[in-house]
Design a protein around this ligand. Structure first.
Ligand code: NAP
Ligand code: MG
Length: 506
C-alpha cells in the first residue's frame, strides 16, 4: 500500500498525533493508499505557513518571468510522469485509464498555459488609457495577488481540479493551501512532491489531506485566509459562501449542474446518439457539466431512444485499468448508494426505466462500486431526477414540443453550467445557444474545455470563472495608482474650491 505525508511549509509531515486514513480503490474496494488525516491544528499550521510565505517570502515579489519558469518546470515534470499519474488516479478514483490518461495530458498542457500567463502578471503598473495628462496627472493600475488562498477540490477529476486551482493562483503570485477530497487525495499529494522537487519556495504551496468535517470550517473562516476557491456541490458551495461572508473573503465557486442536451429534428443521429452518450456517461456521469437531461422532439422521441438504449446497454463495464473498459465504478460506496437512491426516486416519480437501474454485480464487478448505465424515459422537468444533480450514470430523457418549449425546459433549473444543441443548422443552434442561461454551450459536441476559454456557471452553478483571463484575474486585486505632477499648488483642481479664499482676517 502507498503511504503519503502532507506538505506544509516546504516539509513533508504527518498529521498531528500521526492520524491517518485509507483511500479506497473503487474497483475492488481495497485500501490503496494510507494518507494523513489532518486535524484543525494541522490546517492552522498550514495557514500560518502560507501566510508567512505570502507576507515575507519571495514568491509574490518575484517577476512574472521568474514565476513562469518555476511553474513551467511543474508542467514538464507532470509531462514526464503522465503515465504513472494516470495509473495512480485510476486506482484512487475509479476513473478509467483512458479518462485518467487524457486528464494527465491536459494537466501538463494547462500547467504550461499558466506558466505562460504568469509572465503577464508583474508588479509593474500600466497606464490607464485616457487618464494620462502631461504636466498634470497620470493614472495607472496594477494587478496584485490576493494573498492566502484556500483551495478545496472534489473527487471526480482529482489531478485536473488541483491544476485548475494551483495554476492561476500561483501564476498571479498567490500562496495556497490545497485540500483534495477525502476520497481522492493521492494525486494532490503527488503534486506536492513535484512542487518540492522543482524548488518552489517553502510555504507557497501546501497540501493537506483529511475529511472536511475537521478542517473545512478552519480553511473557510480563518482570519488569515484571503480567498477561497471551491469546486464541489452547490450545497457545500452555499455553506462556504456563508462562512466567507463573515469576513468578506473573496470566493470563487464552481458548483453543480443539470445541463440540458437539446437534439433538433435535423440533427445527424449517428453523431447525436453517440454524442449524447458521451455527454452523459463520460466518467460514469460524474462530471459537473454532463448533459444529464436529454431533450428530444416529440417526433424523434421513440426512434432516438431506441438507438440510444441499444448502445447504452452494450457499454462495457470493467476494470478501470483495462483500456477496453468504457464504464468504471462510481467513486465510493456513498456515491453508489446516492445514485441507486435516485434511481428509486425516479421510478416512484413515474419515469420509465428504459435500461439499467441496478448495482452491477456480474463477475468481478461485484467487488466494486458499479452502477449499470441507466436511462429514464418519460421524464418531466418537475421530477426530482430532472432537477437534482445525481452525479452518476443516469440519463433522463424528456420531450419537447418546439424550440421555445425546449429552451423553457432547459432554463427551468437552478443550475446553469453547461448545455448543448445538436443540429446541422449551425445558425439555428447558435440562436438557441444565445437563449440558454448557462456558462458553456456546445454545438454538436460536449465536454470540450480549453484553458484559454473562461469556464464557470450561471445561477447556482457558481460564482466567477476559471481559465482564460477572467480565471486568472479572479486571483488578483486591482490597485489604482494616481500620480500628480502639478508643479504649483494653484494648478490643483481643489485649490480654488477649498483653500484659496480663507475667511476675512484669517
Ligand atoms: P462536495 O461534497 O461538495 O465536496 C467537494 C469538496 O469540498 C471536497 O474536498 C470536500 O471535502 C469539501 N467540503 C465538503 N464540505 C465542506 C465544508 N463544509 N467546508 C469546506 N470544505 C468542504 O462535492 P463532491 O461530492 O466531492 O463532488 C461532486 C460535486 O462537485 C458535484 O456537485 C459536481 O457538480 C461538483 N463539481 C463541479 C465542478 C465545476 O467545475 N463546476 C467540477 C467538478 C465537480 P471532503 O471530501 O473531505 O468532504
Ligand atoms: Mg480513493
Amino acid at each position: 500500500m502507498l503511504k503519503y505525508q502532507m506538505y506544509i511549509g516546504g516539509e513533508f509531515v504527518n498529521a498531528a498525533g500521526g492520524a491517518t486514513y485509507l483511500s479506497i480503490n473503487p474497483w475492488n474496494t481495497e485500501p490503496f493508499a494510507e494518507v494523513p488525516k489532518a486535524s484543525a491544528s494541522d490546517a492552522e499550521k498550514a495557514i500560518a505557513a502560507t501566510r508567512k510565505a505570502f507576507d515575507d517570502g519571495p514568491w509574490p515579489r518575484m517577476s512574472g518571468a521568474e514565476r513562469s519558469a518555476l511553474i513551467g518546470k511543474v508542467a514538464e515534470r507532470i509531462k514526464e510522469r503522465m503515465k504513472d499519474l494516470a495509473s495512480l488516479e485510476a486506482q484512487d478514483s475509479g476513473g478509467t485509464i483512458t479518462k485518467c490518461g487524457a486528464d494527465t495530458h491536459l494537466a501538463q498542457r494547462q500547467m504550461g498555459y499558466f506558466a505562460e500567463q504568469a509572465k503577464l502578471y508583474n508588479a509593474e503598473p500600466h497606464a490607464i488609457e485616457g487618464l494620462q495628462r502631461e504636466g498634470r496627472s497620470f493614472s495607472y493600475e496594477v494587478r496584485e495577488p490576493i494573498g492566502v488562498c484556500a483551495q478545496i477540490i472534489p473527487w471526480n477529476f482529482p489531478l485536473l481540479m488541483a491544476v485548475w486551482k494551483l495554476g492561476p493562483a500561483l501564476a498571479t503570485g498567490n500562496c495556497v493551501i490545497l485540500k483534495p477530497a477525502t476520497d481522492t487525495p493521492v494525486n494532490a499529494l503527488e503534486l506536492a512532491k513535484i512542487f518540492d522537487e522543482v524548488g518552489f519556495p517553502p510555504g507557497v504551496v501546501n497540501v493537506i489531506s483529511g475529511p472536511s468535517g475537521a478542517i473545512g470550517d478552519v480553511l473557510t473562516s480563518h482570519k488569515d485566509v484571503d480567498k477561497i476557491a471551491f469546486t464541489g456541490s452547490t450545497e457545500v458551495g452555499r455553506h462556504i459562501m456563508g462562512k466567507a461572508a463573515e469576513s468578506l473573503k473573496k470566493v470563487t465557486l464552481e458548483c453543480g449542474g443539470k445541463s440540458a442536451n437539446i437534439v433538433l429534428p435535423d440533427a445527424d443521429w449517428d453523431i447525436a446518439v453517440d454524442g449524447s452518450i458521451f455527454a452523459s456517461f463520460y466518467h460514469q456521469g460524474q462530471a459537473c457539466e454532463s448533459g444529464t437531461r436529454l431533450l428530444l422532439s416529440l417526433d424523434d422521441y421513440d426512434g432516438f431512444v431506441a438507438q440510444l438504449v441499444a448502445k447504452v446497454t452494450a457499454m462495457r463495464l470493467g476494470d478501470p485499468m483495462d483500456k477496453a473498459t468504457q464504464i468504471g465504478p462510481v467513486m465510493s460506496e456513498r456515491q453508489m448508494s446516492t445514485v441507486l437512491d435516485y434511481i428509486e426516486i425516479g421510478k416512484k416519480e413515474g419515469a420509465t426505466l428504459a435500461c439499467g437501474g441496478n448495482r452491477a454485480t456480474t463477475g468481478a464487478l461485484a467487488n466494486g462500486y458499479f452502477v449499470e448505465p441507466t436511462v429514464f424515459t418519460d421524464v418531466t422537468n418537475d421530477m426530482r431526477i430532472a432537477q437534482e444533480e445525481i452525479f452518476g450514470p443516469v440519463l433522463c430523457v424528456l420531450k419537447y414540443d418546439d424550440v421555445d418549449d425546449a429552451v423553457r425546459i432547459a432554463n427551468d433549473s437552478i443550475f446553469g453550467l453547461g448545455g448543448g444543441v445538436w443540429s446541422k443548422d449551425l445558425d439555428a443552434a447558435k440562436a438557441i445557444a444565445a437563449r440558454l442561461r448557462t456558462g458553456t454551450v456546445w454545438i454538436n459536441e460536449w465536454h470540450m474545455l480549453s484553458e484559454r476559454a473562461q469556464f464557470g456557471g450561471y445561477k447556482q452553478s457558481g460564482i466567477g470563472r476559471e481559465f482564460g483571463s477572467d480565471g486568472l484575474n479572479e486571483y488578483t486585486e486591482v490597485k489604482t495608482l494616481y500620480v500628480d505632477d502639478a508643479k504649483t499648488r494653484d494648478a490643483k483642481p481643489w485649490y480654488d474650491m477649498l483653500v484659496a479664499r480663507p475667511k476675512e482676517g484669517a
